[in-house]
Design a protein around this ligand. Structure first.
Ligand code: 5AD
Ligand code: SF4
Length: 472
């Protein structure tokens, strides 16, 4: 048994990161005719980890089911970023417990960021004994062995370490046209509210040659869009000697000929002019940037440990807007950081009024055990925080709609992905600028990039139709 340890998780040493090339083979008969049910919470990193987990489960012969009741194995890939993620997990665990009462040999496994948290694992150990396996973000590659060697007792195997980089990882990707590609793991920024540096280890980059090889393979297999993934992609390569910078990596990946290239997430601190130039000059690097603001108040930014001021953020924002044609910019904002005053909050509104973001993810601050901000005394009541969030969201939605309206009557390129959930006569897809479009006449074009004429705009999506010339 290996239990998580927050103190260990916080450590950053000079220990060299190992790039480990896996060579794992398993017998598909081991779990033949067995089914798995997987539920993923949280960010794109978790979504992509679940693609790895799926490949691992299928290497043992398991197949996927969408019905919890049909499953022989339930796997919950969890998120720790805010408290509500905990509530969701425990809510769902109740259902799993019930399913296990009916099917005694159901295996329940928990992994992801919550598995890296001391308090969570203690609770699972003492109050949720029916959970069979807990593993963390550093040992996904051990999943098959954990399943094969399992005894009839709860197995908790979580490592609180700085982490290594694993290569030759296989994925069962959710899409056959859009792919996530990890370029970096972990984070060393230690923003004071954030649990990620503790749950995901130190910032460590993959070798550029491996990343390029992976993208080349995706291109060969018909993928049209790649999103490079990391907590802080612009710091790519800084932890390795003689490695490309993020700007150089972007250029090299663009050179593979992938039709659409995106990346998430950028920290304003590491965003270089070179990066902006590379994005501006390559048509296949999408003109869409997610640039987390978190707060517009210099006082709060300092308490958050964000390393930039409101002025510096706005300078970067304006530079990006000037240099990248028709760029859309989205952001993340936290309201109600400990002792955020009305004045601090107004600074955030001021930045929103200046930047007029295309859209934003907005959150009420949620204390995370073990982080510095969780120790700060907070005099602001929840009602005030909720009112601020509401006010902020109204402003964000107003600008989203305004920005979306500019698209009406324009023809834009949309990668059509599938049938629209709301209307099965329409297809849905995304513009280069990451706007969701519901497309009339789009169904025959699923998996291709087509010209779409935008006919209407809402706050969260656009409506469009296949351009006339395409139909002729
Ligand atoms: N409370 C609220 N929001 C948070 N985020 C990260 N940590 C917290 C927290 N403790 C938000 C940030 C980040 C996004 C992924 O989640 O805005 O950019
Ligand atoms: Fe968390 Fe800050 Fe790292 Fe983003 S940059 S993952 S907010 S510590």
């Amino acid at each position: 048994m290996n239990l998580p340890d927050l103190k260990e998780a916080k450590k950053r040493t000079n220990k060299e990161v190992k790039h480990i090339y896996l060579n794992q083979e398993y017998d598909k008969n081991i779990f033949k005719n067995k089914k798995y049910f997987i539920r993923t919470y949280g960010c794109q990193m978790n979504v992509h980890d679940s693609e790895e987990i799926r490949a691992r489960l299928e290497s043992l012969g398991l197949t996927k089911t969408e019905n919890l009741e049909d499953a022989d194995l339930v796997l919950l890939n969890t998120c720790a970023i805010r408290e509500n993620a905990h509530d969701k997990l425990y809510g769902f665990l109740g259902r799993c417990k019930h399913a296990k009462e009916i099917k005694k040999d159901l295996i329940i496994a928990i992994c992801g960021c919550m598995a890296q948290e001391e308090n969570v694992v203690n609770e699972i150990k003492t109050k949720h004994k029916y959970v069979d396996i807990v593993f963390g973000t550093h040992n996904i590659h051990e999943l098959q062995d954990l399943l094969i060697k399992r005894h009839n007792k709860q197995e908790i195997n979580v490592y609180s370490c700085e982490g290594d980089v694993y290569e030759n990882v296989e994925y069962k990707r959710d899409s056959n046209i859009k792919a996530w590609v990890n370029i970096q793991y972990g984070c060393d920024k230690f923003c004071t509210y954030c649990i990620v540096p503790y749950t995901r280890g130190k910032q460590r980059s993959r070798l550029s040659k491996e990343i390029i090889k992976e993208v080349e393979c995706l291109v060969k297999n018909g993928y049209k869009e790649v999103t490079l993934l990391g907590q802080n992609v612009n710091a790519y390569g800084k932890d390795l000697e003689n490695e490309l910078s993020f700007a150089e990596l972007l250029q090299s990946v663009a050179n593979t000929g992938i039709e659409r290239l995106r990346f998430v997430t950028s920290h304003p601190w590491d965003f270089t002019d070179e990066m902006i130039d590379v994005i501006a000059k390559n048509d296949n690097i999408m003109n869409y940037i997610h640039l987390p603001l978190q707060s517009g108040s210099d006082r709060i930014l300092k308490l958050m440990g964000r390393r930039y001021t409101k002025k510096e953020y706005l300078e970067l924002f304006n530079k990006i807007k000037e240099k990248i044609n028709n760029v859309s910019i989205t952001t993340d904002i936290i309201v109600g950081f400990p002792n955020e005053t009305e004045e601090d909050f107004n600074d955030t509104l001021d930045v929103v009024n200046t930047c007029k973001y295309d859209s934003a993810f907005t959150f009420i601050y949620s204390p995370r055990e073990g982080t510095p901000a969780a120790k700060m005394e907070d005099k602001i009541d929840l009602k005030t925080k909720e009112e601020r969030l509401h006010k902020l969201n109204e402003l964000i939605n107003k600008y989203s709609l305004e920005n979306n309206k500019k698209y009406v009557n324009k023809t834009v390129k949309v990668l059509i992905e599938g049938v629209s959930e709301k209307d099965d006569k329409k297809a849905f897809g995304y513009t280069e600028t990451m706007k969701l479009v519901n497309v009339t006449g789009g169904i025959p074009y699923i998996n291709s990039i087509v010209d779409v004429k935008i006919t209407d705009a809402k706050s969260f999506s656009l409506d469009g139709e296949i351009s006339k010339w395409k139909i002729l």
